[in-house]
Design a protein around this ligand. Structure first.
Ligand SMILES: Nc1nc2c(ncn2[C@@H]2O[C@H](COP(=O)(O)OP(=O)(O)OP(=O)(O)O)[C@@H](O)[C@H]2O)c(=O)[nH]1
Ligand SMILES: [Mg+2]
Length: 332
């Protein structure tokens, strides 16, 4: 069974643009305008260094999407973007992105004009331990905290499969340390199948590896997300599914008791093909509300830690940045 999302609105922007703090919309491709913000290559997903550069200009919520291949990480991002284009988000409006073409590219295969009968998301390529990011800026329509900027990782599940079994590999994933929110995807498509405990155990092993390697910041919120939740909903009448989920959540609470209230659970169906009467982006608004309500207390030294041993461009950039901010602070 499949469902077609509405085609993109004709007004959907296809060029990087952003609403400035003054409230005016700025076309970042317009001559010279990009320099008013920051000198970034326009439109494509951001590298680690480019994301850090952007974070120097304004406070950011860093959101890491972690989980196995095919668990729905990228589709969460495309559905969030589409919900904003269709004006289906309560309390917030789209206020721009420096990575618009990257969002559009990821949405393409889910749209009718791609010629696909069943909406699809292309697999994210595995490109080593440095992530790519998508940027989104939103505006509150209720007046509180007018703008919030997000940087979302979009990395292949392959990276997390490497990290799951190795603290050393985990330590390579420097971006984890920046996360305000760490989303761990439990794939419900596997949750309704035999052998589902292996899926849950693998995700638990990944979180354990990230925590044992001390890559998760002490205030980071860890949200265990039952993704592609329509698989469960389509089979809700079958015995044992709810019990299974309860057992899994209990195990997580027990194993990661030290996270306390920072350990949360959610359910999403970003593209509910198995249960078409569910709306697109089921559960996504609840995540957004949670992110937008998070106080931004991360200090520069958390983004740019003091000890650097590596030679990766992002580490060198962070080292350079940190030494210049420290020098500036000393002169103040
Ligand atoms: N039924 C259903 N399918 C979904 C849902 N979300 C995503 N999918 C499908 O699941 C497949 C994988 O989704 P992706 O978003 O590419 O998964 P990913 O975690 O980014 O995968 P990698 O990039 O390979 O790590 C795609 O074919 C999507 O159409 C959902 O909520 N329900
Ligand atoms: Mg992906």
């Amino acid at each position: 069974m499949s469902t077609q999302p509405p085609a993109a609105t004709p007004t959907a922007p296809d060029k990087p643009q952003i609403v400035a703090d003054s409230g005016t919309t700025v076309d970042l491709l317009a001559e010279g305008k990009a320099l008013e913000f920051i000198n970034l290559p326009l439109g494509k997903e951001l590298t680690d260094v480019e994301a850090l550069e952007l974070a120097k200009s304004r406070p950011m919520q860093w959101i890491v999407l972690a989980g196995p291949i095919d668990s729905g990480k990228t589709t969460l991002l495309t559905s969030l973007y589409e919900l904003f284009q269709w004006k289906k988000v309560k309390g917030f409006a789209f206020a721009g992105s420096t990575t618009l073409p990257a969002f559009e590219e990821r949405c393409y295969l889910s749209r009718r004009d791609s010629g696909n009968v069943v909406p699809h998301t292309r697999r994210t390529l595995y490109e080593g331990p440095d992530p790519k990011y998508l940027h989104l800026r939103i505006r509150s329509t209720t007046g509180l905290r007018p703008f919030t900027d997000f940087l979302f990782t979009d990395v292949s599940g392959e990276l997390f499969e490497h990290a799951r079994d190795s603290v050393t590999e985990c330590k390579e994933m420097l971006f984890l340390k920046r996360a305000h929110h760490f989303l761990l995807f439990l794939d419900s498509a596997k949750g309704v199948q035999q052998g589902r405990w292996a899926m849950a155990d693998d995700c638990k092993a990944l979180l354990r590896s990230c925590m044992d390697s001390e890559m998760i910041w002490e205030d980071c919120i860890v949200n265990v997300v039952w993704s592609r939740f329509d698989y469960f909903m389509a089979k809700e009448a079958e015995d044992g599914h709810k019990l299974f989920r309860n057992e899994v959540e209990k195990e997580f609470r027990k194993t990661f008791a030290r996270l306390g209230p920072r350990l949360k659970f959610s359910q999403i169906a970003a593209r509910p093909l198995e249960k078409p009467d569910l709306h697109m982006g089921y559960g996504v608004q609840a995540l957004l509300d949670q992110w937008a309500a998070t106080p931004l207390e991360m200090k520069a030294r958390d983004l740019f830690p003091t000890s650097f041993s590596g030679l990766r461009e992002s580490e060198l950039f962070a080292a350079r940045h940190f030494s210049s901010t420290t020098a500036n602070e000393a002169n103040e």
